[in-house]
Design a binder for this molecule. Structure first.
Ligand code: ZN
Length: 319
């Protein structure tokens, strides 16, 4: 039994209109729509999953679109920024691409030992690209609609904004098994075994609580990977042993999940790698049809009528 969480499984954020969100993550970032479904807790809302060609854990960015929804604000106990890994040497390609497509971005900056390109999506969600030596990654095969030497490889990590950072530090370090890697200014860096995507968490320490709001343009939760259900039960027990309020196992069809709030306030999930997105669609057809859990099938027509119409991207095979 491993005593260390296996990195990021997926990150879920809230979007406004679904079409610009879909166009941005597929058309600009080159990710694949790997699942078109609804929020299982609110079937009148889409749930869009973007990832690499197979939607491998560690590459999956998901959205609940709330058309006309209130704009969110980043505060303490929330995710400050989501980082994607790109191959070393591809920063220039991405800056050119952002320039041509009207994406808001800042000049690349050095941070710790990394080169970072901050940008925002159409809803103002804060994102960044981090250049990563490809050889250092175990899961280093970029699979995307973009050429392999430029494509997003998956998550690099997430940055949490925390006023109560000591409690978050204890959770990450003592309970979830992250190693403390480095420190720069108010930034604390944590990681799991090197050479894996989605293996890094930064905590930005803020002296006073900052009042934020989880709504359009902010992250809803971060899900961590676990290889199977027995390890998931181990984590559930371990979290309970440090008095965290963790949910029972919930069947999300593509993975099984438990949820809890880290002490600073960010919603965390631990999700199993299996069964994955090919459980209800052929791998070649992922994301091409609206998929519903069986309990909603009887209401499919009404659900479909209530959802905004979407124009789906052409099915593109991995480059
Ligand atoms: Zn989730």
């Amino acid at each position: 039994m491993t005593e260390q969480i296996a990195g990021i499984h997926h990150v879920t954020a809230i979007a406004g209109e679904p079409q610009p969100n879909l166009d941005f993550y597929t058309g600009v970032l080159g990710l694949r729509l790997v699942k078109l479904t609804v929020n299982f807790d609110d079937p009148n809302t889409y749930h869009l999953y973007f990832g690499d060609d197979a939607g491998r854990p560690g590459t999956i960015m998901t959205f609940f679109p709330w058309p006309g929804g209130a704009k969110g604000r980043r505060g303490s106990g929330q995710v400050d920024i989501v980082s994607f890994a790109i191959p070393d040497g591809s920063m220039g390609f991405w800056m050119e691409r952002f320039k041509h497509r009207g994406v808001r971005f800042e000049a690349p900056a050095a941070r710790l030992d990394e080169e970072v390109l901050p940008f925002t999506d159409p809803d103002g969600l804060h994102l960044e690209l981090v250049a990563v030596p490809v050889r250092g990654l175990r899961e280093s095969q970029p699979r995307s609609t973009l050429p392999g030497d430029r494509a997003i490889m998956g998550f690099h990590g997430v940055t949490l904004l925390e006023s109560d950072w000591r409690a978050t530090d204890r959770l990450l370090h003592q309970t979830l098994g992250f190693r403390r890697l480095s420190e720069e200014g108010n930034r604390l860096r944590y990681g799991i075994s090197a050479g894996q995507i989605g293996a890094r968490v930064d905590v930005l320490r803020v002296p006073e609580p900052i009042h934020g709001r989880v709504a359009v343009g902010t992250v809803h939760h971060v899900a961590w990977r676990t290889p199977d259900e027995s390890e998931q039960l181990y984590w559930q027990e371990r979290l309970r042993s440090v008095d965290l309020n963790v949910t029972p196992v919930i069947d999300r069809k593509y993975f099984h999940s438990i949820y809890f709030r880290e002490p600073g306030g960010t919603l965390f999930e631990i999700a199993t790698d299996p069964p994955g997105f090919a459980v209800d669609e052929d791998p070649a057809e992922l994301g091409t049809h609206l998929m519903l859990p069986s309990r909603f099938e009887a209401r499919r027509e009404a659900i479909q009528r209530a959802l905004p119409r979407l124009s789906l991207p052409p099915v593109v095979r991995a480059a």
